[in-house]
Design a protein around this ligand. Sequence first.
Ligand code: RB5
Length: 152
Amino acid sequence: MQTLAIGCDHVGLSLKAAIVAHLIENGFTVMDKGTTSATRTDYPHYARAVSLAVASGEADGGILICGTGVGMAIAANKVAGIRAVVCSEPYSAQLSRQHNDSNILAFGARVVGDALAKMIVDGWLGATFEGGRHQARVDAISGGPGNTEMAS
Ligand code: RB5
C-alpha cells in the first residue's frame, strides 16, 4: 500500500492530523477525505468517501478514525469490496492484513492514544495478505464457495 485515503469525524480530527504526519514522514501518499474542522459532524460521510476511494482503486487502502472506530467500520463495510476492521492493538491489525486482506483500518480516538495508534497503523501497513488458504475464505465473504461445505 502506497496511497492511503484517510477520514475522520470531529472526534478523530486531532488524531487524524497526527496519523497524516506520521504517514507522510514514512513516505506514503495521503488523500485526506475530511473532516477538516472540529464542528460536530456525522462519521458515515467520511467512511463512505474513504471506502469509495479504496473500492475504486483511487487509494490502495484507507484509515478511518472516530470515537471508537466502530461506526466508521460498520459504514465502510456497506461499500462493496471493502473489508474494514476496528483494531485497538497492532496484533489484530497485522493479522487482519495477513489473513483477512483488510483494506480499511479503523480505530477510536477515545480508545487509543497517538503513540498506540501509530503502532497499529505501522503493524497494518507492514503486513501483506498471505493468500493461500485465506484467499478462499476471503472469497467466501463475498459469496464464494470457501474451503468447506457448511453443515445445514
Ligand atoms: C461521536 O460522538 C461518536 O459516536 C463517533 O465518533 C463514533 O465513535 C461512532 O462510532
